[in-house]
Design a protein around this ligand. Structure first.
Ligand SMILES: C[S@@+](CC[C@H](N)C(=O)[O-])C[C@H]1O[C@@H](n2cnc3c(N)ncnc32)[C@H](O)[C@@H]1O
Length: 216
């Protein structure tokens, strides 16, 4: 398992505000469009990680490191989130955070990702861990196809960062993200977001239409 430092994006960094990013010029909001914002990129990443998992049993990258998962679970403990609360992990990647939540005792957890290979990898990892009560779905958060709604807790670890780098109208995609969030999160629910591209203040501003944002 590759583990990045706390709050750090590790190897393939998503931190794209720097002018040194090679594949484009910054858009009006300062982000440089990048392949990191595309489904093609993530499909390729998780196809490779799936192969590595099948060959060596390595679950792959944990974005923001192990500590990021501990920090989120600690927050949920501190705020007395009941273990049967419905939790949605938006852009779950390899699903390792879902495994951590299930091991901690959360019993109503769902992971979505628009990359079928990410969901396949998550299924394999969850199966190997002997866990069966985790729901997984291939789902584009910006184009929700099913009636995903009523979640008590929505978690995003690096997904909004990736979406912010989409080469095709990222500003519109970010607005769509906020709309989708308002559909899936129930009133008085919590949205926990971990980011390395945005400051807490910027996120609060970006999600200002809601009164439910908690930066972690
Ligand atoms: C930086 S990775 C983080 C993965 C995981 N949350 C973690 O912490 O390891 C970003 C993830 O967001 C997913 N993603 C990006 N845009 C998405 C979208 N519109 N809908 C669903 N998933 C998306 C990618 O496939 C990828 O798994």
């Amino acid at each position: 398992m590759n583990v990045g430092a706390e709050g750090d994006c590790s190897a393939t960094t998503l931190a794209a505000r720097s002018a040194s990013f090679r594949d484009g010029s910054p858009t009006e909001d300062g982000f440089v469009p990048s392949a990191l914002g595309t489904r093609k990129h993530w499909n390729a990443v998780y196809e490779r990680e799936l192969q590595i998992f099948q060959e060596y049993g390595d679950t792959g990258e944990i974005w923001f490191g192990e500590e990021s998962m501990t920090r989120l679970i600690r927050w949920m403990q501190k705020h007395k989130i009941p273990l049967d609360a419905s939790v949605l992990d938006i852009g779950t990647g390899n699903g390792v955070f879902l495994v951590e939540l299930a091991k901690f005792g959360f019993s109503n957890i769902t992971g979505i990702d628009y990359s079928p290979s990410a969901i396949h990898l998550s299924e394999c990892i969850i199966k190997k861990e002997g866990l069966s009560n985790i729901k997984l779905k291939v789902e584009d958060f910006l184009n929700l196809s099913t009636k995903l709604s009523g979640f008590h807790i929505c978690i995003d670890k690096g997904t909004f960062d990736a979406i912010s780098l989409n080469p095709d109208n990222a500003i519109e995609k970010r607005k769509q993200y906020v709309k989708s969030l308002s559909v899936v999160l129930k009133v008085k629910g919590f949205f926990l977001i971990t980011s390395c591209n945005w400051t807490k203040e910027e996120l609060l501003n970006e999600f200002s239409e809601g009164t439910w944002l908690h930066g972690v």
